[in-house]
Design a protein around this ligand. Sequence first.
Ligand code: HEM
Length: 223
Amino acid sequence: MEIPVTALTAPSLEPLSATLKRETAAAHTEAETSRFMAQLASGALNRAAVVNLTVQYWHIYRALEAAVMRTADNPGVAAIADPRLVRLPALEQDLRAMAGADWQDFLLPTPATYEYARRLDALTPADWPEIIAHHYVRYLGDISGGQVLARAFPSHYGMTPEELHFYDFSAIGKIPPYRNAYRAKLDALPTGGGQRERLIAAAQHAFQLNQNVFESLALATLR
Ligand code: HEM
């Protein structure tokens, strides 16, 4: 019996979750060490910076969660969507606690946030790899580095638990097993026909959109 040459030479495809992590590692370092994030995490900024970041998140999650909802019929989106991750109600609670009953008067997006939300608003079910990429970049970041920030905010800026529901993912249980299960779902996605490459490129773009938001906040808040 003849064995096809490709069966002997074709490298086995790396799991998508591993490729995603590797291909966005540089962008992650850039985001983590961006002036705004680094200063925010080290306590060099102030309460107003946290409030402004929360305002930007309100716009981003409004658009992200609407995109996930309107494309939930797609099996890939359905696989990773999880109502326990939904952040918009938590953001509204936090903003109310931070700014009072008229919190909606403070919802000014920076131009970069506006662009990010506009991109999310334009996504249709045919863009499912991009929606999953955006989902990955935000929620996996929130349950990872976001937790580091949430632990620092009370001592650095006097934030109270009533202002930090956004970072509270207790509904999903322990984070490491959740993250592993999420990666397994990514690895099971049907990503032939160029969808894998599309998803990876979209994750890199999503990091860039976040980076642009941090830069816009740096202009607004840095000392
Ligand atoms: C102070 C800022 C940050 C810190 C300290 C931080 C820290 C971390 C750490 C320690 C992990 C690894 C978790 C693990 O695998 O055990 C992680 C993962 C991740 N972070 Fe961040 N991060 C920060 C900012 C960000 C930002 C701004 C984003 C995106 C907007 C982001 C997106 C992600 C993503 C998507 C992962 C998952 C990588 C993967 O396992 O595939 N992070 N972060």
